[in-house]
Ligand binder design. Structure first.
Ligand SMILES: Cc1cc2nc3c(=O)[nH]c(=O)nc-3n(C[C@H](O)[C@H](O)[C@H](O)COP(=O)(O)OP(=O)(O)OC[C@H]3O[C@@H](n4cnc5c(N)ncnc54)[C@H](O)[C@@H]3O)c2cc1C
Length: 494
């Protein structure tokens, strides 16, 4: 009997078209660029087989009896919310928060849309039936899912129908009895080469006139006409020297839809900007999905803190006040995100369908802090490690080479021998300076959308009355004082 992890790896040879370095990748699972990452994923999937972990990671499918991931658990109690947290955390801890698209986010969106399916019956009377069928299939066959929402960055000053090229934004060019023909592209789809299905819908609101761009589909990776075009690989085969890049390079790709055919069963909404926007903003789906991202952010910041503390200690820099202040700043980041995560869970309530949802406001707040916290944490790591990141030989094996004696003498730290110090700084460099490390900083800044607009949304969507009332209270008190005999009248007039 094959394990869930083995089945995942075997499932990738399904006729998908993946491009890397101007070559078509015949078998993703056998390509060196994906080996380390797929090995990590196989081990994660296998936690569903392991009696030690399977109850923490999953639940038994009511259809097959097999353990399936808790991202597919529709929470109907506070306990279920906690079960979801535990599952996210277990996978995040095993990847140190460095792998961000373990499918939990997109799977949670599917779970949310399924749980709230009745909301969309008014837009398409087959919605509930289609999403139920997909949800059950995805859950029971361990489908790995990711999102692909943005149209290519060609001209951001114009909307879909103002573009010179009508195909600049993904659109349905034709409808047939069996499905639709899609033309255009989507960026960015992290994990695309080893994803089973893409959730495809517009990230930004589509105007009423732009009907052909207003759709939501779940598109299999092996769809004919779909090209998955990878960025340069940042993976490394040198596990000792690049401990992160050799294990956790989540490939990013652009999806090109060259008149790709999508059957009606996978077209959930179409020609309806309002319906698509409602689904994009769906509170059930977003609360469940965003929750997973905050668990990961916390785990990642804790990992960076662990590395920063160790560096400061090993080189004796934690003796300095400003270094302590900077390390304290990372602690404050961690405790803030932890408090927001707890607040979102403690504030969980059932929606109108009985699905328990973490409170979205603290989640949004934590998510918005991520794009500022993570780059700052990495900056602190640089400020503390300084030139030490370069005080490492190109290969760890040099510790045993011709210069062994000198290397042991000059590459050691105040509290570590040369080998431990070199290993630590190489790990830290993989976080801050390697191609994958740089990609991570960019990712944390942008993965949840343009931070300028997500911050603005926090203002636009907040409950303003409570805050406006504070000012009202102030004026009221001043007015009351004006009326009190013997009180000095303020000169301020309102
Ligand atoms: C490493 C990485 C991985 C990612 N993975 C995924 C993924 O798996 N799935 C997915 O769906 N997405 C993913 N994303 C995409 C991410 O959602 C987008 O990058 C993000 O939404 C920002 O959009 P953009 O890159 O198109 O930036 P743009 O919108 O092109 O912004 C470029 C600049 O122009 C400004 N700007 C543009 N338009 C406006 C406007 N109307 N108003 C104000 N300012 C504007 C922005 O502030 C920014 O400074 C990923 C991104 C990165 C970097």
């Amino acid at each position: 009997m094959t394990t869930v992890g083995e089945r995942f790896i075997n499932s990738l040879q399904d006729g998908r078209t993946v491009w890397l370095d101007n070559e078509k990748v015949e078998n993703v699972a056998a390509h060196p660029a994906f080996q380390g990452t797929l090995n990590t994923l196989r081990q994660l999937f296998d936690t569903l087989n392991d009696p030690e972990t399977r109850d923490r990671v999953g639940f038994q499918s009511p259809k097959t009896g097999e353990y399936v991931h808790n991202a597919y658990l529709v929470p109907t109690s506070m306990d279920d919310i906690k079960r979801r947290t535990v599952a996210f955390e277990l996978w995040d801890r095993r990847t140190h928060g460095v792998m961000s698209r373990l499918s939990e986010y997109a799977r949670s969106l599917v779970t949310g849309w399924y749980a709230a399916r009745e909301r969309y019956q008014v837009f398409d009377r087959h919605f509930a039936e289609k999403i139920t069928e997909y949800y059950e299939e995805a859950r029971d066959h361990h489908r790995f899912v990711t999102t692909a929402l943005l149209d290519p960055q060609i001209d951001r000053s114009k909307g879909p129908s103002e573009q010179k090229d009508p195909d600049a934004f993904l659109r349905i060019v034709r409808k047939t009895e069996d499905g639709v023909i899609l033309r255009g592209a989507k960026m960015i789809a992290t994990a695309a080469p080893y994803t089973h299905d893409f959730l495809v819908y517009p990230f930004h609101r589509i105007q009423q006139g732009d009907l052909e761009h207003a759709h939501m589909m779940i598109i299999p990776a092996n769809t004919p006409g779909l090209h998955i075009v990878c960025r340069e690989s940042f993976s490394s085969e040198q596990a000792e020297d690049h401990p992160i890049s050799s294990r956790y390079d989540e490939m990013d790709a652009i999806l090109l839809f060259d008149d790709a055919f999508v059957p009606w069963e996978r077209v959930f909404l179409h020609d309806n900007p309002e319906a698509v926007w409602q689904l994009r903003m769906d509170e059930t789906a977003n609360s469940l999905a965003y929750h997973s991202t905050v668990v990961r952010l916390l785990v990642k910041l804790e990992f960076v803190a662990g590395v920063a503390f160790a560096i400061a200690d090993v080189i004796g820099a934690n003796h300095h006040l400003h270094v302590q202040e900077k390390l304290g700043e990372i602690v404050i980041q961690i405790e803030t995100i932890r408090a927001l995560l707890h607040a979102s869970e403690a504030g969980a309530r059932p929606d109108e369908f009985g699905t328990w949802l973490p409170d979205l406001t603290p989640i949004e707040t934590a998510r918005n802090l991520g794009p500022r916290y993570y780059p700052r944490a990495i900056e602190i790591l640089q400020q503390i490690g300084a030139g030490g990141f370069i005080q490492v030989p190109s290969k760890i094996e040099q510790i045993h080479g011709e210069l062994a004696g000198l290397i042991r003498k000059y590459y050691r730290g105040a509290k570590a021998d040369a080998e431990s110090r070199i290993r630590l700084f190489k790990l830290a460099w993989d976080l801050i300076g390697s191609p994958l490390g740089s990609r991570h900083e960019l990712y944390e800044r942008f993965y949840l959308g343009d931070p300028v607009r997500t911050y603005a949304n926090q203002y636009l969507n907040c409950k303003k009355e409570r805050l406006e009332q504070r000012l009202e209270d102030f004026w009221k008190r001043i007015r009351q004082k004006e009326d009190t005999p013997g009180e000095r009248k303020p000169t301020l007039s309102i």
